[in-house]
Ligand binder design. Structure first.
Ligand SMILES: *[C@@H]1O[C@H](CO)[C@@H](O)[C@H](O)[C@H]1NC(C)=O
Ligand SMILES: *[C@@H]1O[C@H](CO)[C@@H](O)[C@H](O)[C@H]1NC(C)=O
Length: 347
């Protein structure tokens, strides 16, 4: 008898889990925060498909993710009952049968601004949308048009981009700084974000998460150069992140009024990240000011190589993996917070 009850409970549980799976796929746009390997397939130095990147990933494999393990969209996909990884669209190891439940068009070092993607010759943001249009055609051929339409309208779309526009472009190069004040530049970027979301909506997307940017003044690379302030966080960069996030939040509420049926949410990692950086020990971390990889002060990409004797042995003690990117553990904590606070409405 007991065995039968256990089986029935299992069946009921299974049915509940099945019918509550509302999200058929996760579709990702953005930069290195969510690139799972697209840059491996293009000629750029903005890469991480070598050790020690990925050393805590399944199989210890470097994949092109800028972390020791998983990135936020992997955790989000898993939280929605989908696969625990989101493959890169350009990765030849995967095909449309994989992409039908999850795909990333993201490219490390890109930005909203076309000039940002030019800096290291990576995929411009507008081109990510072109790849998505191609993906829709492939999905229709693979699933049938009717089923593909269902996936397109019910999928969760995740956009995570913007940090590079400030740190790799506006504050690093003279062009945009001579054209725009920082406030004007933020408006310029927010206008591109608004057009992107609107175009995505007209292509059939409905459930869309627009990501905010992190406290970028606290990235180890920025702290290292903040000599006058004792290598603390660069407050002015954090202020820019806060005001840019406020503009994105405003455009999210406007678009929700303007576009019938859209369910656009603003996913802000800023405070979850800042809490970890301010009180690392509360989360089990030991170090927040420098990264695990190499000296932890300025290395990322090729400068973060497997032979560097300074690389830490346990990345779980570090908030940052390289001087610009969080460890897997930080990614997991921030993703769980965003899923719980914002994305759970889609579950
Ligand atoms: C970026 O470049 C694309 C392709 O050339 C162009 O269509 C788009 O208008 C440009 N975006 C901006 C904001 O200038
Ligand atoms: C799929 O969606 C497109 C665009 O909304 C629509 O034109 C087409 O009729 C739909 N096809 C089916 C089979 O539902």
């Amino acid at each position: 008898m007991a065995g039968i009850w256990v089986s029935w409970l299992f069946v009921i549980h299974f049915l509940i889990v099945q019918t509550s799976a509302k999200i058929p796929a996760i579709i990702v746009f953005g930069d290195s925060s969510v690139d799972s390997g697209n840059n491996n397939q293009i000629p750029t130095v903005a890469r991480s498909n070598f050790e020690p990147y990925g050393r805590d990933f399944s199989g210890g494999q470097p994949t092109g993710r800028f972390s020791n393990g998983k990135i936020p969209t992997d955790f989000i996909s898993e939280a929605f009952g989908l696969r625990p990884i989101v493959p890169a669209y350009l990765d030849p190891k995967y095909s449309i049968s994989d992409f039908a439940i999850g795909v990333s068009f993201a490219s490390a070092a890109t930005g909203y601004d076309n000039l940002t993607s030019d800096v290291l010759g990576v995929i411009p943001f507008w081109k990510e949308l072109e790849y998505y249009k191609e993906y829709q055609k492939r999905l229709k051929a693979y699933l049938s048009e009717q089923k593909a339409n269902y996936t397109i309208s019910e999928a969760l779309y995740v956009i995570s981009i913007g940090t590079n526009d400030f740190l790799e472009n506006y504050y690093a190069l003279p062009d945009r700084r001579s054209q725009y004040t920082i406030d004007q530049y933020q408006n310029f970027l927010a206008g591109i974000a608004q057009n992107f979301v609107t175009n995505l909506y007209h292509l059939g997307a409905r459930k869309i998460s627009l990501g905010g940017i992190p406290p970028m003044g606290c990235m180890p690379l920025e702290r290292t150069t903040n000599i006058p302030n004792g290598e603390g966080c660069v407050q002015s960069y954090n202020n820019v992140a806060v005001s840019f996030n406020a503009k994105l939040n405003g455009l999210v509420s406007n678009l929700n009024k303007q576009l019938p049926g859209i369910q656009l949410v603003f996913s802000n990692p800023y405070y979850a990240m800042l809490n970890i950086i301010s009180k690392p020990s509360a989360y089990g971390f030991e170090v927040a000011s420098v990264a695990c990889c190499a000296t932890g002060m300025f290395e990322m990409g090729y400068a973060c190589d497997r032979y560097n004797p300074f690389t830490c042995t346990d990345a779980n003690k570090y908030v940052f993996w390289d001087s610009f990117h969080p460890t897997e553990k930080t990614n997991r904590i921030v993703s769980e917070s965003v899923v719980k606070k914002v994305l759970s409405k889609f579950m």
